[in-house]
Write a protein that binds this ligand. Sequence first.
Ligand code: FES
Length: 120
Amino acid sequence: MNLVATLLIARGGSGESENWQCFDVPFEPGESVLDGLRRIRTSTDPTLAFRFSCINANACKECMIVVDGATVYACTARLEAREMRLEPLRNKRLIRDLAVEIAPPDERITFIDGTEGKRS
Ligand code: FES
């Protein structure tokens, strides 16, 4: 049996009106929400923005998002065969889609155009 998760994802950037977009994602039991997001980005929409670094090791803590109203790590939250509503963290500055500013203020730089970035 082919399982499908329907991911309803908040899209848009800072200062833009929020737009909800729906993606059907095939998956195997045990796969994570992060696996589903990565599948969307590689096969359907390469513009989908979200953060991750360690890929399912739950070490980097960059993949935190809101799923069905609860704050979770996308790499430990499991995909389920139902509609799942994904939003960015609401207490952080939105960059785009599910990606928010996570660098501590003293580790950010301000570029000449007034935008902020992270020291590398
Ligand atoms: S991807 Fe690193 S903690 Fe989730």
